[in-house]
Ligand binder design. Sequence first.
Ligand SMILES: NC(=O)C1=CN([C@@H]2O[C@H](COP(=O)(O)OP(=O)(O)OC[C@H]3O[C@@H](n4cnc5c(N)ncnc54)[C@H](O)[C@@H]3O)[C@@H](O)[C@H]2O)[C@@H](O)CC1
Ligand SMILES: [K+]
Length: 489
Amino acid sequence: MRKIFDAQQIRNWDAYTIAQEPIASIDLMERASIAFTDRLLSLFSDKDFTIFCGKGNNGGDGLAIARMLVAMNRKVEVYVVDYSAQASPDFVVNYDRLTSLTTIHSIKTLKDFPVIGQNCVVVDAILGSGTNRPVEGILKDVIQEINQSKLPVISVDIASGLYVSQPIARGNTIIQPDYTLTFEAPKLAFLMPQNQLYVGEWECLPIGLSREYVQNTSTSFFWTDMVSLKKRAKFSHKGTFGHALLAVGSYGSIGAAVLSAKACLRSGVGLLTTYIPACGYEIMQSSVPEAMCQTDPAEKELSVCPDLEKYTVIGIGCGLGKSEKTKAFLNVLLRQVKSPLVLDADALNIMAEEADMLALIPAKSVLTPHPKELQRLIGTWENDFEKLEKVKVFSQKYNCIVLVKGMHTAVVLPNQEVHFNSTGNPGMATGGSGDVLTGIITALIAQGYSSEEAAIIGVFKHGEAGDIASQERGQMAMLPSDIIDKLRW
Ligand SMILES: NC(=O)C1=CN([C@@H]2O[C@H](COP(=O)(O)OP(=O)(O)OC[C@H]3O[C@@H](n4cnc5c(N)ncnc54)[C@H](O)[C@@H]3O)[C@@H](O)[C@H]2O)[C@@H](O)CC1
Ligand SMILES: [K+]
């Protein structure tokens, strides 16, 4: 798990490292530029480079990168966008270091914008984490030209024009890079779905910023890049790992019930009972023989709440449908349940329609809505930052954990922490993936993980298994059952 900092904290992190390591600011820039150049050359070994620089430290990086490429006899053209009379001190030092080695062109008006060679990669070092307002004038013109160039673009630290930790306004002009190589840690902006055009593929380049600063600085945003699991005790028995109930399925959606059950069993649950409509009995017994199966008196839907006493945790919603009988079933269940719930799909849709049911959600339940279901719960949002704020309010109000599912699923905790997931791929965006996730999280809670841990770990392992499945089958061919198949604990 890593901390994600906002723009001001990143500035402080640089300053703290400079003061405490100690290292001169210009040497830190040199370190960053070496890391960038190394990676740039491993990505584009046979390309030429056109580097556009601003006049702050991001531009300083661009000039240092240019100097390193020149020293390696690479073909490099360097342009400084002359949008301001001011330049940062480290920019000036790097300008002086480069000027005797190669021509540094200046862009004052659009007429100065070059014709870029077709073998070129464009390096965007115009604005970095210091971007604090929409670009205008020549900056805007240059960014538009670069975006229209159709050449590969790689941004230094962050795309010029994008804010590190604030929403962008509609109509802002921002570089649309193919890659972003960012220094040290992920930026909040990269994790927001609305920014996907302005990030491209991204990775972090370590530049040795202070670890002490990280320890001493609090944040509510985290990046889950690894998880730790509890060891299964040698003298354990099936009772050690909990008894989960999955209340799932309806006529035509017994497959969802089966997927959630298989995923739950593949995630270490001690005992699993599935509670399904009568029509699913033979399907469940023959496809998931490891699960016990209890059926509802109704043939096609869940209608009567079973005895819930013995269950450690209950997963509910996958393939449930929204019939009147099922709504009544859910209402009774919410009034009787004492354990946390993992609530998915139609369980959430029913609750969104019957607002008084939300108040009945047991403490520390986990809600796993997809975007449409989320909207039914929290209303609409202007941008992804506002969406997260609304989810935080909901999570605190109902003392529950809420997943904002997507490319980097966010797990929002009642203590207002947001944990972004690093695993997963678009091959998982297919019906049934969510049922698998519900099964996994249910199993983890059954085994004694806190609901917070279960959600964070479950999302990570679900994505990790999805990544293995996509490597083997490809994103288009992989199925949710492949995700179950690739789970490794
Ligand atoms: N020692 C350090 O602090 C390090 C900084 N590094 C680089 O420095 C960058 C941050 O540098 P700066 O803080 O100088 O900021 P930038 O280089 O992002 O921007 C320069 C200045 O431009 C102005 N500006 C912001 N938005 C503007 C806009 N829309 N139109 C016109 N002017 C605008 C601001 O006054 C800002 O300070 C990082 O992204 C990274 O690339 C790296 O070299 C690593 C070390
Ligand atoms: K940049």
